[in-house]
Design a binder for this molecule. Structure first.
Ligand code: GLC
Length: 543
């Protein structure tokens, strides 16, 4: 076992510190108006389900006005709701209903880039080179004869070059603009003070409406190295903007860091120091959580220094292989990293960008057993846990047929993309749309024909269902884990992960054979025990 880690952080009672946050992907949660796409009215109607599930807060992926090229992560107006999802009054009603039910509401903020339909980008196109309008984005001249080559070698996270050339007003090929994602998502220039001021207004707009926090998209990407120099590539390495989080690898200390002039620049932290001050003007412990795929646990922890953000997603747990030592190392490494800056960790296994964890762990019955086991181990850990819609139903990644795929990365690379974790939630009934919306509305992504047994309706009250397991696990967390000390001791005993927190011992069997259960009172388990700890099973024991 590793030595007991000693986080400087003490729980201070802020609501988010140990919260379980449920991620809603609005397109795919519940369709109130029958157009095949989820909406705010649909979400509002289902909030009691989330209260009954036992989560503390809801994080909503973007619902702002957007041409939807990246399903809302391309925002055209930060101050309005897209008509697809409703209108501002629906957002207000949703917030009010959440608060009435005792749920906090976190909204997504997308500050790295706007949509190309944002009025600023349209003005930049119209104004031409050298204008203050272009200076809000990263427009540059091309390289090579005629400026025909992109300004540097950076690649888009979604594939292809990170630069697109515009046509100037006179019809000639002109400057290039940077987009770390799709060409419809031009990156803002955060070295321009106008950009920072605009986002403070956006923060205040939503804080004034009563949101409890912000999930900050691409939080490590806002500021680029000023020269916009080429990324230095190791021999054989291809340009790739996809930032990596290596914390899950066994050699996390020795890993050679990649040259990433597009990510994690020191100046990005000034942005969050400013936002910290903005949030501090409001009552109710408003919070921020960073989506920052940084390269090390320490660089992740820098985002949660006391004067910056409240939380950062810790993707290390999600990236860890099915291996007791790897899990133990991630737990200890994450606790140490955030402990150094006096913060608490977060944990997550699935979201709208990654393959669902049932499928990552092998799919089928084994994948589901492992997913439940990993979830139960996660829920014992100090700090905050994030769950993604549908994981409480044990949903698997769906193999979406090519003609239905919508992820921009599919169009740019021809690789499968993220649609498979975004298929609309099955609520009831025996056939699509499974109560996702009115029976005649076809969901925007087709649902599998064999989901009848996975609906909320089918699982509620069934003692063996994954939904019942999640309810029990979340109740056990409230009752037995969330008030325990924040320090944990994690280690691997052969194939078994052992995590000790106060008088709670968590054992997760990553091996292929049953092992003896340690002595102690079993509080909850991810599957049947029969006196032993079967493979792919977690148990919590009071010792
Ligand atoms: C984040 C989001 C992802 C989106 C990207 C660009 O990684 O989670 O869904 O495509 O940012 O905004």
């Amino acid at each position: 076992m590793s030595p007991l880690n000693d986080p400087i952080a003490a729980t201070t009672g802020r609501w988010w510190e140990h919260a379980v946050v449920y991620q809603v992907y609005p397109r795919s949660f519940a369709d109130g108006d029958g157009d095949g796409v989820g909406d705010l009215v649909g979400i509002t109607d289902r909030l009691p389900y989330l209260r009954d599930l036992g989560v503390d807060a809801v994080w909503l992926s973007p619902f702002y006005r957007s041409p939807q090229h990246d399903h809302g992560y391309d925002v055209a107006d930060y101050h309005d709701v897209d008509p697809l999802f409703g209108e501002l009054a629906d957002a207000d009603a949703m917030l009010a209903r959440a608060h009435e039910l005792g749920l906090k509401m976190i909204v997504d903020l997308v500050p790295n880039h706007t949509s190309d339909e944002h009025r600023w980008f349209q003005a930049a196109l119209a104004a031409g080179p050298g204008s203050p309008e272009r200076a809000r984005y990263l427009f540059r001249e091309g390289r090579g004869p005629g400026g025909d080559e992109p300004p540097n070698n950076w690649a888009s996270v979604f594939g292809g070059a990170a630069w697109t050339r515009v046509e100037e007003a006179d019809g000639t090929p002109g400057q290039w603009y940077l987009h770390l994602f799709d060409s419809t998502q031009p990156d803002l220039d955060w070295r321009n003070p106008e950009v920072g001021d605009m986002f403070v207004e956006v923060l205040r707009f939503w804080l004034d409406r009563g949101v409890d926090g912000f999930r900050v998209d691409v939080a490590h990407g806002l500021v680029k190295e000023e020269s916009l120099r080429d990324q230095v590539l190791a021999e054989g390495e291809v340009p790739d903007s996809e930032s990596v989080n290596s914390a899950a690898t066994a050699s996390m200390v020795e890993r050679t860091l990649r040259d990433e002039p597009m990510w994690d620049q020191p100046e990005v932290h000034d942005v969050y120091r400013r936002w910290h001050e903005v949030l501090a003007d409001y009552d109710g412990d408003r919070m921020t959580v960073a989506e920052a795929w940084t390269q090390t646990p320490d660089s992740m922890a820098d985002f949660v220094r006391p004067d910056e953000m409240s939380q950062a997603f810790n993707f290390a747990f999600l990236l860890a292989p099915w291996d007791a030592s790897a899990f133990a190392e991630v737990v200890t490494g994450s606790m140490d990293a955030v402990g150094r800056v006096g913060a608490l960790p977060t944990w997550v296994l699935s979201n709208h960008d990654v393959v669902r964890h049932v499928t990552r762990y092998g799919g089928g019955a084994l994948g589901l057993d492992r997913a439940r086991a990993a979830t139960l181990a996660m829920l014992a850990l100090p700090g905050s846990a994030y769950v993604y819609q549908g994981e409480e139903l044990g949903l698997e990644q769906v193999d979406v047929a090519p003609e239905h795929r919508q992820d921009p990365s599919w169009f740019r690379t021809g690789e499968v993309g993220r649609d498979g974790c975004r298929v609309p939630v099955p609520w009831s009934g025996a056939a699509p749309p499974y109560g996702f919306g009115p029976a005649d509305g076809q969901p925007w992504l087709p649902q599998p024909d064999d989901w009848a047994g996975l609906t909320v309706e089918a699982q509620l009250g069934d003692p063996g269902s994954t939904l019942t397991f999640y309810q029990a696990a979340l109740a056990a967390r409230r009752e037995h884990a969330r008030d325990l000390p924040d320090a944990v001791e994690a280690g691997a005993d052969g194939d078994v992960l052992r995590v000790r927190r106060g008088d709670l011992l968590v054992v997760l069997n990553c091996g292929d054979t049953a092992v003896d259960l340690p002595a102690g009172e079993v509080l909850v388990s991810s599957g049947p025990l029969d006196g032993v700890l079967p493979p792919a099973t977690t148990a919590w024991l009071r010792v």
